[in-house]
Design a protein around this ligand. Structure first.
Ligand code: SF4
Length: 233
């Protein structure tokens, strides 16, 4: 069943979710936002390409800051750039989303999933197939073409579903320290190592308390109510 307009979630949240569900919940449930060097660079880069407008070249029309929406996946957002490539055989224009990213190509699929979700939005909005797009990386100024395979499409759909489940549950997951935390703008707020230790100590204390309670019952039965002891031994 399609989502309603009120249930749409930001497309950019898919990246946050894939990077760390706790970070996603801190931003989109608790409305917290922490900026660090990486996010500031990303923001500046997007501000540069975030203008709306159009450009036309011979076989390509370019749309900047194009609004996107997909009711099937419950997503809303904006594409940095959508190129429309002229198709000789069919005489139409094929949409080709291009997303600008700070840094360089990642080994994980996060950027591709977000780009593919943009393609799914375009397909729903324009009723046209969007078989490919591209990611442009600021650090090495490389453009990487991305094919929207069935597998990548499924990954994007699954991520959208997980995002809706996380937001609907309204609970921020507990921190789990990984190497990603070192580049996370929420590190100081999240304190993943400290909270993880605290959780371990609490669980140790719970277990110790549980053992002590069992020992206490045993002593009561043995020394205060010895007759009942036969029944449980
Ligand atoms: S510091 Fe680590 S656990 Fe906390 S939000 Fe960032 S990535 Fe997630």
């Amino acid at each position: 069943m399609p989502y309603s307009e009120d249930d749409l979630l930001p497309l950019s949240a898919l990246q946050h979710l894939l990077f760390c569900p706790r970070q996603c919940a801190l931003i989109h449930i608790e409305q917290a936002w922490q900026e660090n060097l990486f996010t500031a660079q990303g923001r500046l880069m997007h501000e540069r390409v975030d203008q709306t407008g159009r450009e036309s070249r011979k076989d390509v029309k370019i749309e900047y800051g194009m609004p996107l929406r997909c009711l099937r996946l419950g997503l809303i957002g904006k594409a940095d750039v959508v190129e429309f490539h002229k198709m000789d055989s069919e005489g139409g224009w094929r949409p080709f989303p291009v997303e600008y990213k700070r840094g360089k190509q990642k080994k994980e699929n996060w950027d591709k999933v977000q780009l593919c979700a943009q393609a799914l939005c375009l397909e729903e909005m324009l009723g046209r197939a969007v078989p490919a797009g591209a990611l442009f990386y600021g650090k090495n100024r490389r453009r990487q073409d991305v094919l929207f395979s069935d597998e990548l499409r499924r990954e994007s759909e699954d991520a959208a579903l997980q995002l809706h489940e996380l937001i609907a549950a309204g609970r921020t997951p507990a921190p789990v320290y990984t190497k990603r935390c070192d580049s996370c703008s929420f590190y100081e707020l999240c304190l993943p190592r400290l909270l993880e230790k605290k959780r371990k100590v609490e669980s140790y204390l719970d277990q110790a308390y549980e053992l002590d309670s069992q020992k206490f019952c045993f002593y009561v039965l043995k020394y205060c109510l010895p007759k009942h002891m036969d029944k449980i031994q």
